[in-house]
Design a binder for this molecule. Structure first.
Ligand SMILES: [Zn+2]
Ligand SMILES: [Zn+2]
Length: 430
């Protein structure tokens, strides 16, 4: 037997991690809940590739955004083309809409997706270079009711996964008509206090002062809190949209806080922007963030199609979710001899068709070794097939929790197992 330790270079790439079965169970539950809820609202899954041309994000995410300037996982492929592991999902969906002319379908279009995203960020606790997002997008719906619908949908998912004590922050970041005037005021304000900003924000002060609000450095945040507020500059259309959006949130009974410094780390937002923050993760680590991007499809050379969506970080979501995996029993087969092995395989096949989880192991064992194995792996039931059982065509079923033993045909025993499962047995793992 080779007992050598695996060499260091065979560990997972920095900033990535394996999700082992026990944890993956929780991921499956969260993902299933998301899919079920989104489908209830008429959203359908759209799966785009993990890699995209780099220009897609330079254009879509915004060349001056932190994601594009600092965090893109970009490399040159063998054909000499610059490709990027997607840092976010929205540009991919926009590309897919234009490429497949999905805009010709009846609107609005509602999509969702769950999958990995990549950012070449400095790995730190709770942050990964490969992380996972739940993403939803709506295209072709101007009504602010849909802005509130997606917030409500996010809340429903959080509730279902036991996430409590969340705060919803909302803002309007204006539109093409009203943002330039605000941008000019902001640039003036930023220039006046430039020496108090970090080098990165000094650069942003000229390039895109709105991005200063994304800075995580405390002094920059303090300086930025005195900057002019976008909400004082909204045009009539943006103002009306914002008020209606808030009205629908009230209608849904969703508490919120208006935060005029909430601009989201992306260039493409227009009008609505929001974030959902969980109490013990803090404002720097929103679980969910989203907003409207009414110009994005057109700026990509597509039709005039407004859009809105959100992304929810699965790692963060799972760090605050309270998920109880449902208890389901499983049957371990204890058999003696070749004939009984085959009978076990056949019986397991039948039980599985009845929805009962079965484990048949092929290692030759004595009955005592079978039971010790069954105990070790936490089997709820042991189905015993020895010579007597083969002769009778009836098997022994031992309930490993209360030690009761039953005798019967496969059909009879299946009924016993299903009946007890239905009553909700406690797993031995507890
Ligand atoms: Zn406006
Ligand atoms: Zn800064």
């Amino acid at each position: 037997m080779n007992t050598e330790q695996p060499k260091k270079e065979l560990s997972a790439i920095k900033g990535t991690k394996d999700i082992l079965p026990q944890e993956a169970r929780l991921w499956q539950i969260a993902e299933a809940a998301a899919k079920e809820i989104f489908e209830l609202y008429g959203y359908r899954e759209l799966r785009a590739p993990v890699i995209e041309p780099t220009e897609l994000f330079e254009k879509g995410t915004g060349a001056s955004s932190d994601i594009v300037t600092k965090e893109m996982y970009t490399f040159t492929d063998k054909g000499g083309r610059s490709v990027t592991l997607r840092p976010e999902y929205t540009p991919s969906v926009v590309r897919a809409i234009i490429e497949h002319r999905l805009d010709l379908q009846p609107q609005p279009l509602r999509f969702y997706y769950i999958g990995p995203m990549f950012r070449y960020d400095k790995p730190q606790k709770g942050r990964y270079r490969q992380f996972h997002q739940i993403d939803i997008e709506v295209f072709g719906e101007k009504d602010p009711a849909v802005d509130a619908e997606i917030v409500e949908m996010a809340h429903r998912l959080l509730r279902q996964l036991g996430v409590e004590n969340v705060t919803t922050m909302v803002n309007s970041v204006g539109c093409k008509k009203c943002r330039p005037a605000y941008g000019a005021e902001l640039r003036k304000a930023a220039a006046a206090v430039k020496d108090r900003l970090c080098p990165d924000c000094q650069r942003k002060a000229e390039l895109n002062p709105l991005r200063i609000f994304d800075c995580k450095i405390e002094t920059c945040r303090e300086v930025a809190s005195n900057f002019p507020k976008i909400t004082d500059f909204l045009c009539a259309e943006c103002q009306e949209h914002f008020q209606e959006f808030l009205g629908y949130l009230d209608f849904y009974g969703i508490p919120y806080r208006v935060d005029p410094t909430l601009v989201r780390g992306l260039d493409y937002y227009t009008k609505t922007a929001f974030e959902i923050v969980a109490e013990h993760l803090g404002a720097q680590n929103a679980i969910c963030g989203g907003g409207r991007y009414d110009d994005m499809v057109r700026e990509f050379g597509g039709p005039d199609l407004c859009g809105i969506g959100f992304a929810m970080g699965l790692e963060r979501l799972l760090s605050v979710a309270k998920i109880e995996p449902p208890k389901k029993s499983f049957v371990y087969f204890a058999y003696l001899g070749e004939e009984a092995k085959k009978q076990s395989i056949a019986t397991a096949r039948y039980l599985r068709s009845e929805g009962i989880e079965c484990l048949v192991e092929f290692k030759d064992r004595g009955m005592k070794a079978h039971f010790s194995r069954a105990n070790k792996i936490g089997a709820d039931w042991v189905l015993i097939i020895g010579e007597d059982e083969l002769a009778k065509g009836k098997f022994q079923l031992k309930d490993m929790i209360d030690s009761k033993q039953y005798e019967g045909t496969a059909e009879e025993l299946a009924k016993i197992i299903l009946l007890k499962d239905k009553k909700g047995i406690k797993s031995r793992e507890e």
